[in-house]
Design a protein around this ligand. Structure first.
Ligand SMILES: [Zn+2]
Length: 246
């Protein structure tokens, strides 16, 4: 989705009060804050704000205690680890470590009918392998979905790229390259399809005009349902795996 997010700036502040154990962000006035766990020694939060870096820092310093209180109420991060559950195409999957099995990562149904995501190899590589698998699956599904909508709308997609972007679910460059967040593979397929349709429709209308929404609704009747789903559950998808800022 095209928007104002690309103009946001990031600032970093130290805060000893801040537990920073979640990768989910929240909006405070005009400032958006995202906690990060990438520093092992000090907890810190990064602030993204439409204002200048200096203003962001001043805001965060002045409101440090309030920010820390808000962070404590955020849902816990869910790193990829044996026994952890993550949604794959909207269905909960439990991560199962199979150190001596051949292969890398594959989905399997357990005896109780529950979905499992099995991971072979060393424990040390498990999180990376799960992350790589999800990115590959996201790219596969997004490419297929983009191709389908491009054929419907009579346009050509130059390339589909999948990244760990946190500020937007998708974007469309003027050169015809469509980029998406890999986290869409965690959402139900109709949500991923909506994002694919949205970005493909931008190849015709590079704006959010009425014409754009009419075109999109014709191509993807689930547009409204998908937007509601993202509003309610979208932020939760950022809990999974290693938190990253873009
Ligand atoms: Zn858009």
């Amino acid at each position: 989705m095209r928007g104002h997010a690309s103009t946001w700036q990031y600032g970093t502040i130290e805060s000893s009060e801040c537990p920073c154990d979640s990768s989910r962000g929240f909006i405070a006035g005009r400032a958006k804050f995202r906690p990060s766990t990438s520093s092992s020694t000090a907890s810190f939060i990064r602030c993204a704000c439409v204002a200048t870096g200096r203003r962001t820092k001043a805001f965060a310093q002045k409101n440090g205690a309030w920010i820390a209180a808000r962070l404590r109420r955020l849902p816990q991060a869910a790193p990829f680890a044996p026994g952890a559950t993550l949604p794959l195409r909207g269905e909960p999957h439990r991560i199962e470590h199979r150190p001596s099995a051949r292969g890398t990562v594959w989905a399997e149904a357990g005896e109780d009918g529950a979905h499992m995501l099995c991971v072979a190899g060393d424990r040390a590589h498990l999180a990376r392998r799960v992350g790589d698998y999800l990115k590959r699956a996201a790219k596969h599904d997004l490419q297929a979905s983009c191709r389908r909508y491009a054929a419907d709308l009579g346009v050509t997609v130059k390339r589909v790229s999948v990244r760990d972007q946190t500020s937007r679910w998708g974007s469309c460059s003027s050169t015809g390259v469509l980029s998406f967040s890999w986290r869409l593979i965690l959402a139900p397929p109709f949500v991923l399809d909506y994002l694919a349709a949205h970005e493909v429709a931008h190849l015709i209308e590079m704006n959010h005009s009425r014409r754009f929404w009419r075109l999109l609704l014709r191509a993807c009747p689930a547009t409204h349902r998908a937007k509601v789903w993202l509003n309610v559950h979208g932020a939760d998808l950022h809990r999974y795996g290693e938190p990253q800022l873009d």
